[in-house]
Design a protein around this ligand. Sequence first.
Ligand code: NAD
Length: 372
Amino acid sequence: MRIGCPTEIKPQEYRVGMTPNAAREAVAHGHAVVIQTNAGAGAGFPDEDYIAAGAEIAATAEEIFASADMIVKVKEPQAGERKMLREGQLLFTYLHLAPDPEQTHDLLESGCTAIAYETVTDAAGGLPLLAPMSEVAGRLAPQVGAWTLQKANGGRGVLMGGVPGVGPARVVVIGGGVVGTHAARIAAGMGADVTVLDRSLGRMRYLDDVFGGQFKTSYASAGNTIELAREADMIIGAVLIPGAAAPKLISRAQLSELKPGAALVDVAIDQGGCFETSRATTHQDPIYDVDGVMHYCVANMPGAVARTSTIALGNATMPFMLALADKGWRKACEDDPHLLAGLNVHAGKLTYFAVGKALGLDVLSPQLALKA
Ligand SMILES: NC(=O)c1ccc[n+]([C@@H]2O[C@H](COP(=O)([O-])OP(=O)(O)OC[C@H]3O[C@@H](n4cnc5c(N)ncnc54)[C@H](O)[C@@H]3O)[C@@H](O)[C@H]2O)c1
């Protein structure tokens, strides 16, 4: 197969769909890899690394889209990129089609076959191509929260680990899933006093078994949430109700009960945020103040650490990318129902039921698409 990887063109996106290591593996499997010049620069991978891995370098995205059998990317194709997709071409990337009728329309019209990272599943019921980015955002949250807590940034002027004779920062993490667990581990590692709130007893049992001693758990009733929030220096929002907007767990009125200069890091902002006063911000201007409480609400946190994120994403996507290249999408999806779960579009038909429901469009079952 000829595998093409264009430069990401969405604003502030520095990740790249293929690392030099992924290119090297694909080449070793007998495939041709073509990377757009400077595609890896934002993640610290110069063209020479790809050339050393056996890949070709192309000057433009047009050349890549024109010649590749499979396009491997990070973000959903932008309007200009969608025009270059063609019938029979395979697209492997994040798509997030449900809230995006224009993109869905363009992908259907292109006739391409599109497999979305975010709907690929695993045997444990998880989402293996979303998890690495949740791990990154979770581990980044205490780091950016600690910066937000610094006095010059409007914070309380509290050091995460305290010092001998001075207690540590109190950190409350709401939601103990992938983001919350990684956030709690890092905050505890920085020396903070950490409590994780969740509504799933099973999840709290797991956290207590594995991390008991490093951080505490508490049931996420409204009463416990505000009681812990009142004492917190930092609150990290990490809840997810799949397919729904994030529930608002701290209201505007409750801000006056929090400590002045407390840091609210709303990782769940990409699902609307779990604090009433959250609104999405950017890496250029990440924090703002509401009633003396500092909010950090960057919707694409992994972009801040593009190199780590690119490598983590590449590790997760590589086995699927290789299976698609080695076997072709049909056989690869026939052999692996978890990869088939990623099939969203094929030959002008939508093949993912939740997207069809969200957009009011007809859906061809992915099993039938395999035979189409
Ligand atoms: N901002 C970013 O850059 C970024 C990056 C990655 C993930 N995210 C977002 O972070 C959020 C969390 O993702 P995740 O991968 O950890 O999800 P997850 O499903 O692994 O965990 C979510 C947890 O929230 C818990 N929960 C649900 N409702 C709750 C409530 N009312 N109170 C307390 N806990 C509740 C669930 O029991 C679960 O344990 C999602 O919205 C995700 O989209 C954002």
